[in-house]
Design a protein around this ligand. Structure first.
Ligand code: HEM
Length: 506
């Protein structure tokens, strides 16, 4: 393995052939996808299927493949496959205890109608062991799934659920362009370490998305490191402990949540508050999302480049902005979904310098209301890989009452991160569900918030927009537009770890 010396430490180059391709590619050309949630019926057959399954790597292939397959495991899935307790103990506690642990449910907002007992899958008794993801170019999915799930598959697994996805041409079911802003992974691990990361950068350390590499703290995220023996011989050595084998290296965690979107209630509520004026409805909906339906930001594009945004005109037009240009939240409300999910400001809000920065870093000085929870965005980025499901419903058609058997629409939300608690859970809890964010109180994310009145917590059905001249416009009584239907935390292993799980121990 070739290495490079950077910042005084030895870093290994990434072996793309060992990383599951989902971490590197969004498979936009493969517009068909389906997910199988399965439980192990026969350990021997499951291992046999896993040994021969053509799991796609992150290596580039010419010509590009027309199909891709990925596999990820819950903690109970690894246990069912026979992975030893000592190996399991090295995984993170979020992964081991799972998405539905009671205090976690409260923090994620999985209460009321979002609570796990109402889920279709993922709560006790319906936790999947494996997630198998199939992607294909148009017209190729069914044959691909059929080819991949023959006799051995049938011997190996009981199918808990098969989740289909739709293709709304780059829109999510509410009708907004999706999949626009993603972090740029620092694959070569050569990112310039500027003076304390004062400026917002879209380039994020590889270790935030793959285990076994340095993260934004310049440290290695905990993962199972085991003694070398015959069974673990195929695993890579740990970069930070070369005498150990690294079960996590080139693997990562995958968060999946099935989120039902009530498209009719969304547009009917908005239309009512916009006086049935379609243009005003578009403006209000865009304020809630933080982008127009076409995906344009609500704040001006800045003239200086942001590292990792890209240089194509489209990338600049859609993503070369921070909220520094809109400090009062007049262009994009503080509570808008994209402003909550990526506030894009820096470690030291307000760009303090010199002594003021030192004072702030030490936790002294004047704490402005907006500074809490907003700093250090670079520690809380996620890579989104979700897909929508259900048929299209335009904003105008959504105004009609629901017919009987109106099909369900929503998002199979999927994200990849090396630290579930610091990345996905922080976003979901600290930024989305928290009723105190960026100087706001009594409101949570306008798209995702569950409007439950909890003992001691204010009702969260408000959305506030700041207007010129310090005037605030408040929209009250937001219904719950999104309901959680299922979810689980998975480990997306490297191909080496997959072979290790599939074959070697017991
Ligand atoms: C049904 C539920 C959801 C809908 C309809 C939705 C919709 C959107 C839309 C329209 C965008 C803007 C387009 C883009 O940048 O890709 C966006 C961005 C984003 N969303 Fe969501 N989203 C949902 C759930 C979530 C959840 C559960 C999370 C994480 C906990 C999340 C995190 C993000 C992030 C990180 C961005 C990018 C922000 C940026 O970097 O500017 N979203 N979402």
């Amino acid at each position: 393995m070739s290495t490079q010396e950077l910042f005084g430490v030895t870093r290994g180059e990434v072996d793309y052939g060992d990383v599951q391709g989902l971490v590197r590619f969004g498979y936009k050309r493969m517009s068909e996808a389906s997910y199988a949630l399965v439980r192990v019926k026969s350990v021997a057959a499951a291992r046999s299927w896993l040994r021969s399954a053509p799991i796609s790597s992150a290596a580039t292939i010419d010509p590009p493949p027309s199909t891709a397959m990925h596999v990820a495991f819950t903690a109970t899935g690894l246990e069912a496959l026979g992975v030893s307790a000592s190996v399991l103990a090295g995984f993170s506690s979020e992964f081991l205890t799972g998405m539905t642990e009671a205090s976690r449910s409260r923090r994620l907002g999985d209460v009321g109608s979002n609570a796990p007992p109402h889920w279709e899958w993922g709560s006790s008794g319906s936790v999947p062991h494996l997630l198998v993801m199939f992607f294909a170019e148009p017209g190729r999915l069914d044959a691909f799934v059929q080819r991949s799930t023959g006799d051995v598959w049938n011997d190996a697994f009981d199918t808990l659920r098969r989740l289909s996805t739709g293709d709304l041409g780059g829109l999510e079911p509410f009708g907004f362009a999706d999949g626009i802003s993603q972090p740029a992974i620092d694959w070569p691990q050569q990112r310039e370490r500027s003076d304390g990361h004062i400026a917002y950068s879209n380039v994020v350390a590889l270790g935030e998305f793959l285990l076994g590499y340095r993260n934004e703290y310049d440290k290695y995220t905990d993962r199972p490191l085991i003694d070398a023996d015959a069974a673990s011989a195929g695993l890579a050595a740990a970069e930070d402990a070369p005498e150990k084998k690294d079960v996590g290296r080139n693997g990562t965690y995958l968060v999946m949540r099935q989120l039902r979107q009530d498209v009719r209630s969304f547009w009917q509520f908005i239309s009512r508050h916009a006086g049935a004026d379609p243009a005003a409805a578009d403006t209000l909906a865009a304020a809630m999302v933080g982008r127009t339906r076409a995906g344009d930001p609500l704040v001006p594009i800045q003239d200086h480049a942001i590292p990792g945004i890209g240089s194509q005109p489209d990338q600049i037009r859609r993503n070369q902005f921070t909220f520094d240009q809109d400090p009062a939240g007049v262009g994009c409300p503080f509570g808008a979904h994209v402003r909550r999910s990526n506030p894009r400001n820096t470690d030291y809000p307000g760009r303090q310098t010199g002594l003021r920065r030192l004072i702030a870093a030490l936790g002294f000085g004047r704490n402005r209301f907006r500074d809490d929870l907003m700093s250090s965005v670079r520690f809380h980025r996620i890579l989104r890989r979700g897909r929508e499901y259900g048929p299209a419903l335009s904003p105008s058609d959504a105004l009609a009452p629901a017919p009987p058997n109106d099909p369900e629409r929503g998002l199979h939300f999927i994200c990849v991160n090396a630290n579930i608690s610091r990345q996905f859970e922080f976003l979901q809890n600290g930024w989305m569900m928290n009723t105190k964010f960026s100087g706001l109180t009594g409101e949570s994310d306008p798209l995702l918030g569950n409007r439950e009145a909890l003992p001691g917590c204010p009702v969260t059905g408000d959305f506030i927009m700041q207007e010129d001249g310090g005037v605030r416009r408040r929209v009250s009584g937001l219904p719950q537009f999104v309901t959680v239907r299922g979810g689980a935390y998975f480990f997306l292993p490297s191909l080496r770890a997959l072979r290790y799980f599939a074959g070697t121990q017991r």
